[in-house]
Design a protein around this ligand. Structure first.
Ligand code: SF4
Ligand code: SF4
Length: 138
């Protein structure tokens, strides 16, 4: 989030950034485990500027849309009254000063979700078959 305007440019860790963190909304969703779950995610990513990512096993839906309170010069117009999520955000690990947007896997198209789901259910079926074989071998 943008630092107070009173912080000088050189000390302000946001001074070289165009407010990357104020340009999207990311909301955690349930980890998909059923065909219906994957169908729902396929629906999310069918929309423009909506994508889904996975980070450390957690899943998120991301809406690429800037905050209404972001000014043209990349500052927060309601800095003193900004929401809790903005207050908790830290420049130390943000996408600009840290290691970029956090994701292990990114899905921007329904086809990618379909491919992931196919592989997921293939792995699951293989595990069930292997367990069944182990049980029969006892
Ligand atoms: S992404 Fe980081 S550097 Fe950029 S405005 Fe947000 S907190 Fe500041
Ligand atoms: S309220 Fe301010 S700090 Fe929070 S996302 Fe909007 S512009 Fe950024």
């Amino acid at each position: 989030m943008k630092k107070k305007q009173t912080i000088s440019g050189t000390r302000n860790p946001c001074s070289k950034c165009d407010a990357m963190c104020c340009r999207y909304v990311a909301v955690q969703i349930d980890t998909p485990t059923t065909p219906t779950d994957f169908e729902d995610i396929r629906w999310y990513v069918s929309h423009r500027k909506v994508w889904v990512f996975m980070d450390d096993g957690d899943w998120y839906v991301c809406l690429d849309t800037p905050c209404k309170f972001l000014s043209r010069d990349h500052r927060c117009k309601i800095y003193e009254a900004r929401p809790r999520i903005c207050r908790k955000y830290t420049t130390r690990t943000c996408e600009f000063n840290g290691s970029g947007r956090p994701f292990d896997q990114k899905f921007t198209h329904p086809r990618q979700i379909q491919d992931y789901a196919d592989a997921y259910f293939r792995r699951r079926r293989a595990k069930v078959r292997a367990r069944y074989r182990r049980l029969r071998a006892r």
